[in-house]
Design a protein around this ligand. Structure first.
Ligand code: UDP
Ligand code: MG
Length: 191
């Protein structure tokens, strides 16, 4: 089993690289952000609540996210080689909950890939994406807020995984192929 976490600041390329990793290693892709956007599109109760946080650049509360994850895992009966968690855990509390959940399933995280991208580049990428994404959070004001929230609440998750020896920073600057090459090397070394 290959269970990977891909993390990093908003705009670091988690989604893009996850798509490539999923194809190459036959993993299941779980993006909590994508799940939330699906709920928003369906205008479900959950989606309406989630949207009120996301459009402000804030995190959806831990309990809601953990609930979504539990439901997803319970309904997941496939024969993939493992899972890639994209954009989760976003807080230390979520990382702790994930660890308990995996232990119960007799699973563990193989590696955490942290994509490192400069702040200027992140902002450029998100503003460009905002022109076509239709996402309520890809505008300058919300991007600034998301970066603040990332530094305050999400970056500490890295220390959690450092203490479990699964943390691997990767240079997230360059072409998509270059970055994918770097990630593949790390994954191959864990198999
Ligand atoms: N979000 C959240 N918890 C999650 C995933 C997403 O609160 O586990 C919210 C949060 O407001 C975030 C937004 O959804 O800014 C977009 O998530 P996504 O992972 O798509 O953002 P990215 O960092 O990839 O741009
Ligand atoms: Mg994303």
């Amino acid at each position: 089993m290959l269970n990977i976490i891909i993390c990093g600041a908003p705009g670091c390329g988690k989604g893009t690289q996850s798509d490539l990793i999923v194809k190459k290693y036959s993993l299941t892709h779980l993006s909590t952000g994508d799940l939330l956007r699906k709920e928003i599109a369906m205008k479900s109760d959950l989606g309406i609540i989630a949207d009120s946080y996301i459009s402000k650049g804030e995190l959806v509360p831990d309990a809601m996210i953990i609930d979504i994850l539990l439901k997803y895992v319970e309904n997941q009966h496939d024969d993939s080689n493992g899972i890639i968690l994209d954009g989760f855990p976003r807080t230390v509390a979520q990382a702790e909950a994930l660890e308990v959940m995996l232990k119960q399933l007799d699973k563990e995280i193989s590696v955490l890939v942290d994509l490192k991208v400069t702040e200027d580049e992140l902002i450029d990428r998100l503003l460009i994406r905002g022109k076509t994404s239709g996402r309520s959070d890809d505008n300058m004001e919300t991007i600034k807020k998301r970066l603040d929230v990332y530094h305050k609440l999400t970056e500490p998750v890295n220390d959690f995984y450092k203490s479990r020896n699964s943390y691997t920073p990767i240079d997230g600057m360059g072409t998509i192929d270059e970055i994918f090459g770097r990630i593949s090397e790390v994954i191959d070394s864990k198999r």
